[in-house]
Write a protein that binds this ligand. Structure first.
Ligand code: 4NP
Length: 148
C-alpha cells in the first residue's frame, strides 16, 4: 500500500487490509510505504489513527517508511492511492514484470489526499475500505460468504 507520506492513506489501507485478511483466514503479508521521506520513522497521522480506531482497526503501531526498489521483489501486488503515486512508483520499476505489479487501489479512481482537510479522513476510510474489499473478494475461499 503506497501513498505520498505514508502517514494518512496507506496506513489506513494497510490496517484495513490486514484486518480483512485476518477475519477471512488469509495469511497475507501486508505493508505500506510512502514515495516521500518526510515522515520516515513516525507513526501514522493521529487523524488516521483515530478514524481507524472508530472502525475497530488499530494502526497505532505502524511506522512510516519510504518505498524502495526491493519492494518490487518483496510483494506480488503494489497498490497505490493516486496517479502521482502511480507514476512515482512506476518510474522506479526495474522491468515490465515489476511494473505489472503496480495498480491503483480503486482501479481507475484515486483516493484523495486528506492531509489538509480534517473532514476527509472518514470518507477516505470508506473509499480505502471499499477498495480493499474489492481486492480481497476474489481470493476468498467461499466467495459470497466473506466476513466483512
Ligand atoms: P498521505 O498524506 O500521502 O496520505 O500520507 C500526506 C501526508 C503528508 C504529506 C503529504 C501527504 N506531506 O507533505 O508531509
Amino acid at each position: 500500500m503506497v501513498c505520498l507520506g505514508n502517514i494518512c492513506r496507506s496506513p489506513l489501507a494497510e490496517g484495513i487490509m490486514q484486518h480483512l485478511a485476518e477475519k477471512n483466514g488469509l495469511d497475507w503479508q501486508i505493508d505500506s510505504a510512502g514515495t516521500g521521506n518526510w515522515h520516515v520513522g513516525e507513526g501514522p497521522d493521529r487523524r488516521s489513527t483515530r478514524t481507524a480506531r472508530n472502525h475497530g482497526v488499530d494502526i497505532s503501531r505502524q511506522v512510516c517508511r519510504q518505498f524502495n526498489k526491493s519492494d518490487f521483489n518483496e510483494f506480488d501486488l503494489i497498490l497505490v492511492m493516486d496517479k502521482n503515486n502511480l507514476s512515482d512508483v512506476l518510474a522506479m520499476a526495474p522491468d515490465e514484470r515489476a511494473a505489472a505489479k503496480v495498480k491503483l487501489l480503486l482501479g481507475n479512481k484515486e483516493v484523495p489526499d486528506p492531509y489538509y482537510d480534517d473532514s476527509q479522513f472518514e470518507p477516505v476510510f470508506k473509499l480505502v475500505e471499499q477498495g480493499c474489499k474489492d481486492i480481497i473478494k476474489p481470493h476468498l475461499i467461499l466467495p459470497g460468504r466473506e466476513d466483512f
